[in-house]
Design a protein around this ligand. Structure first.
Ligand code: FES
Ligand code: FES
Length: 179
């Protein structure tokens, strides 16, 4: 028996721009962005933690702002720039914020680090010279069950320094964090 055109199972492709690349994903529009990123686009930087928007493990950037992809329907990301951890750099050439967390060995299990890195990245894109209070406030709602908060704060400060150095190295009129 054929499937009716207006069946609840029918899905239209959703068009996204992720890490600077256009892609089309056949999925229901209410599917969580996190599931599309991980299951359809094989971008496993963002992690599934609570699934409720409370832990931050799934954080991505949407138009440069930190967003919890487990509670955002994929339709809400259409026409916007989505950046995942993979969009900040590569294993061979990590971005400054990624490098900062490597330098400071700010992981125990590492499950929370996607959220920590993406949250710091979002802050530094809009405020390259944050105060201690700014950093603490930004990371306040990102959970780390391993308790590596001291190292995470050290990494956040290192990211401030490395982002500033990277910005100085750019030719005038350009900016980092394009994806
Ligand atoms: S998995 Fe999204 S906030 Fe916890
Ligand atoms: S390092 Fe394990 S949850 Fe943060």
């Amino acid at each position: 028996m054929g499937t009716p055109a207006n069946s609840d199972c029918a899905v239209s492709p959703i068009r996204l721009r992720v890490n600077g690349r256009a892609c089309e994903v056949p999925t229901a529009p209410d599917t969580a962005l996190l599931h599309v990123l991980r299951n359809d686009l094989e971008l496993n930087g963002p992690k599934y933690g609570c699934g409720l928007g409370e832990c931050g493990a799934c954080t991505v950037l949407i138009d440069g702002m930190a967003a919890r992809s487990c509670v955002i329907p994929v339709r809400a990301a259409q026409g916007r720039q989505v950046t995942t951890l993979e969009g900040l750099g590569t294993r061979e050439q990590p971005g400054p914020t990624q490098q900062a967390f490597i330098d400071c060995q700010a992981a125990q299990c590492g499950y929370c680090l996607n959220g920590m890195i993406m949250t710091v990245e979002a802050l530094l894109r809009r405020n390259p010279q944050p105060s201690e209070a700014d950093l603490r406030s930004e990371l306040h709602h990102n959970l780390c069950r391993c308790g590596t908060h001291v190292e995470i704060m050290q990494a956040a400060w290192r990211a401030v320094q490395l982002k500033a150095e990277a910005a100085k190295a750019l030719p005038a009129g350009t900016s980092g964090g394009a994806a």
